[in-house]
Structures are given as structure tokens and as C-alpha cells.
Design a protein around this ligand. Structure first.
Ligand SMILES: [Zn+2]
Length: 94
């Protein structure tokens, strides 16, 4: 386990909690911090991190709170409150 992975997990956890309690800006700060760490260290963020964050507004996505999820033609389509869509293959794990 790399230290950076632990940091990403920790930041993801913090972002999730912040979103749950309605602190969306705080959640964005955690998301951005993780992105900066990845950039500086030339790391790829874990897939599960990428899937729960919005590329446009950096929100941490929680379906039912600030995101909608639906299945469409074998894909999962996640729509952020800001209007951004992300599509993933349905069965890819992670
Ligand atoms: Zn968004």
C-alpha cells in the first residue's frame, strides 16, 4: 500500500462525509486536494475516486443527494447537479 493511496482514500472518505452533512464546498476542497496530489506526483487517482467526483465542478457525488444514476444501454450514467454527465460501462468492477 502506497502512502498516496491511503491519502486518497482518506480524502475520499472526508469528501463523502462532507457531502453527507451538506458541506459541499468542503467536499470540493478535498476532491481538489486529492487531484493536486495526483498531479504533483504523477499518479493516477483510484478509479473509485474518479467515479465519485465530477470533472466539471469537483463535487463529490452521492447518488440521491447531488447526483442521479441511471442505467442506459449497458452503461451507468451519472449526472451531477451541475449538469455534467459521466458514463461508465456497467460491468467493469471497481
Ligand atoms: Zn458537477
Amino acid at each position: 500500500m502506497f502512502i498516496s493511496e491511503e491519502r486518497f482514500e482518506r480524502l475520499q472518505e472526508l469528501a463523502r462525509e462532507a457531502t453527507s452533512t451538506g458541506h459541499r464546498e468542503r467536499a470540493r476542497r478535498y476532491v481538489r486536494r486529492a487531484r493536486r496530489i495526483a498531479e504533483r506526483n504523477r499518479l493516477t487517482l483510484p478509479r473509485r475516486f474518479l467515479r465519485f467526483t465530477c470533472d466539471r465542478c469537483d463535487a463529490y457525488l452521492r447518488p440521491g443527494r447531488n447526483a442521479r444514476v441511471r442505467l442506459q444501454g449497458g452503461h451507468v450514467v451519472v449526472t451531477c447537479d451541475c449538469g455534467e454527465h459521466a458514463r461508465y460501462p456497467y460491468r467493469e468492477g471497481g
